[in-house]
Design a protein. Sequence first.
Length: 411
Amino acid sequence: MRFTFLHAADLHLGSPLAGLAGRDPSVARRIALAGREAFSALVDRALDEKVAFVLLAGDIYDREWQDNAIGLFFNKEVARLHRDGIPVFMIRGNHDAASVVTRTITLPQSVGQFSTRKAETLRLDALRVAVHGRSFPDRAVEENIALDYPDPIPGWFNIGLLHTSLDGRPGHAPYAPCSLSDLRSRGYDYWALGHVHEHEVVATDPHVVYPGNIQGRSVRECGAKGAVLVDVEDGRVVDLRRVLTARAEWAMAAVDLTGIGEGTGLLAAVEAAVAQHLPADRETMLVLRVTLTGATALHLGLSAHPETLRTEIQAAADRVHGDVWVESVKLATREPSSSVAGPVDTANFGALLARIGAEPAFRERIAGEIAIVSAKLPAIEGAPPLADDLHAIVEEARALVLGRVAGSGAF
């Protein structure tokens, strides 16, 4: 017998994208809707492939619903699968644990939701497939729940559906921790994992797979995003195929300006970097963070006029492709060691600013201002506290002042 199933995780429907609306509301709205569009694309692919069933390994929702709209959207999409005879098996993860997302909407009967009390088994008799899983009752599940999963059904294709950090993954909280040997000890044929947002085939004997999330939500989640199609024949996995679903792909481009002394050269370097980061699917929007590096005579001018710089870089990106948004421009350039002194003694003036920036009273005052700003900003999971960037903020301010006094501009 041969069949195909789709394994996805970490949809994070309803995830807020704080901080994007201020610069370009229309672009921010596109990015905010990208998660829903990615899930719709995933359902389209499941229907096109005529998959036998769909697995969703937790974090379907990002947080408690603000209203019923996000629940209705999810119901509408899984109803499309239901009408085509495709069942769905889903567990809750840390973001949509039973204690976190308390609102509910009645889903189609073909959607199997696993208990939060203990691991259980749901069956597809016609395919001789057994899916074993357990949902998170609370946001922080710190015990190894994999060891309590049911025994496999002999002669059936057994799947474990689990939201876990395994033995640890950078940037991910250690929820439902377990080892690869723990998973292998259950005797299953496939482990469908969630929680880690990067695609990873952890093992192939048996297959232990993170599909990654279906849509990057910030510059911390760069690159292609999607799910996996799993082909099974005679009770064994014969192929894994990645399905790309992201409607906005995040990327970071480092542009080396070493030796470049004029604005035209800078923009040419930016255009080349943008071209290297374009998604394979040219219909996918590219959201790009640009970091300028290297020793360049443009250094002071770049620091002096950051908004002009960002505008010119956005224009350069637009010349490469019509659907690129420059999320931000970071300066990590420096003056060449052979810089010729200008009308201001930049070395002495820069040293004076550096001494001011290092004074405890000055830094304490700046830290107080940062605390006021931070209190007004929405929390973004995984983002470091703004206060952690105190040194970088002071250095950026020093470069701005020095650039305004001594720089001539790049354009």
